[in-house]
Design a protein around this ligand. Sequence first.
Ligand code: CTP
Ligand code: MN
Length: 566
Amino acid sequence: MADHIPKEFLELVLQRIDLVALIDARVPLRKKTGNNYFACCPFHQEKTASFSVSHSKQFYYCFGCGAHGNAIDFLMNYDRLRFPEAVETLAKQIGMAVPHSKTSEKALSFQHLYTTLDEAAAFYHAQLRQAPKAFAYIKQRGISEEIIRTFRLGYAPRGDTLLQTLGKTEEARKALQETGILNQKDTRFYDRFHERIIFPIDDRRGRCVGFGGRVMDNSEPKYLNSPETPLFQKGHELYGLHQALQVNRQLPRLLIVEGYMDMISLFQYGITYAAATLGTATTAYQVQSLFRYTSEIVFCFDGDNAGRRAAWRALQVILPIVPDHVQFRFLFLPDNEDPDSLVRREGKIAFEKRVTEAQTLSQYLFQTLMTDIDLSTVDGKTRYINAALEHIKHLPEGIFKNALLTDLRQKTRTDISLSVEKQSVVSTRPKTSSNRSSLLRYALSLLIQFPDLAQHVTEPIPSGIIPGTELFNQILEIAQQKKTLSTGTLLEFFRTQPEEKWLASLAQEELSLPQNGLLSEFLGAIHKMRKQIKAHFIQKMLEKAALGSLSSEEKHELNQLIIEKE
Ligand code: CTP
Ligand code: MN
């Protein structure tokens, strides 16, 4: 990353900008396959569209001329801006100012904001015990002591206790304002959440990033949330996910619900694998970030029309990103119930029965499309097939997509094929799995395209034997340090470095979707490499041993290697 603009800032900007929207405003894009958008390349003359933009990777690539990059690159090349100007333009779009060299990196680390939020959460939590009315409200909602502690529920008192307690210095007050807790009206400051029950919102790692506040009567708005800040984006966080991850080593199934109270009540009743969206529609970002924790995601909706609409919207959001290894279900609740009321009324077992019996994605899709269509007529059948294909085409290539097509064929007894315009597809799958450098190349491609995979690797690959391992380890480390990283942001770390071109080419390669899931494919490749490296060491030592030049220490090492070989 460039020296004078702190890299944290570049990351922040790249994470928050949507590359598809940015490009689409200049070069109209059309949706084609899965996650990708296409246009005629703005960087060379052409008649067919070979310029592709990936939403999930936040990265563009032209199959014709090789132009590629992230949002910064696009502005540099398209608007002909210099690097700092491009960053400036992007920063402006998300309402931030570029910190200049005078600002120290420390000021940007946001550590002080995390601290402020944490202190505020502790303050509110303590206040709950001082406020009989608030405490009575919590009790009346049936929330247990343990839940109050686990979720650090709190109360924001009226008056300026918050300011008196946490905003004594000018600096502290500024931090309270930056996190959106403290508002200013004329010369007076007031707590945004005053007289509300507080639900601290933690990120995945358990750091408080914002709050939700509920009134204790029927006044409006019922809930008030923290404004979007650099640390808090509603479309990124899921309420309660941290707690769910804390109590479950494995999350075979994850339930997405709509409300804070829903999440909390389910948890209290022993359904500890739910998380709540924050009053906004489910985003691809939220769903995608769950793929590494779970293999089943169940969306929970009210049974009314609003719930049906929300479900249909969620379906459109997830279609382009459905991976083969994750099963989706849609659960509709009876009228006038939400998970909170229902689990309290009928208990854990009955609620879980609903969950396990919920419609799968394909059942939900096919059944919804079937509404009002008469399959016994040619006309009805045609409309049905077209409507279904209109959705299925958005799915990424893979087993699931094929299964849906087969299903559709059987349902309609029609021979259907989805003709997808082919783009130049390069497979990076190693031809022979024993070829070391292609194994590394393959693992590297996967890692660059799905940086979250890094979280599953505990140790770097021993370097020096397979070319490229140093680079692989370097990327592994970067990806492990960041919680969510797009391909485009990852490549920003290599701007102006010699590896950049190679990495960019790996980033755009079309990977044939692995049979047995991304993760096991990735770990499998790494495992093979480790085995090869070990075999190599053993071979070298045996050669040395044959010459009789092995020290006793080396002999011991050799023994160890051979013992643990498999
Ligand atoms: N919400 C919001 N702002 C509002 C209303 C709702 O942000 N004015 C969000 C909150 O995250 C809330 C969720 O939408 O948790 C669901 O809203 P709702 O169903 O109205 O509330 P419940 O979660 O059922 O809360 P309660 O049971 O306390 O009424
Ligand atoms: Mn409710």
